[in-house]
Design a protein around this ligand. Structure first.
Ligand SMILES: [Zn+2]
Length: 63
C-alpha cells in the first residue's frame, strides 16, 4: 500500500505531493516535513512552501 494514497492535506483535504523531505500542498502553499519517514501533518508545524523551496526541500529536523 502506498502511504501517499491515504494522506491528505489536513487543512483542505486535498492531495499531497512528495518532494524531497516534504509533503506539499500546492493549494495551501504548505510543506509538511517528513521526519524519520513519518509525515508530520500538524498545520502549525508546516513550513511555508517558499521556505521549503529555499531549503531545496530538505530539512534537518529530528523527531
Ligand atoms: Zn491544503
Amino acid at each position: 500500500m502506498d502511504l501517499l494514497n491515504i494522506l491528505a492535506c489536513p487543512t483542505c483535504k486535498g492531495p499531497l505531493t512528495k518532494k524531497g523531505s516534504f509533503l506539499l500542498c500546492n493549494k495551501c502553499s504548505l510543506a509538511f516535513p517528513i521526519q524519520e519517514g513519518v509525515p508530520n501533518l500538524l498545520p502549525e508545524e508546516a513550513w511555508p512552501l517558499k521556505k521549503a523551496q529555499k531549503a531545496c526541500f530538505r530539512h534537518t529536523l529530528k523527531l
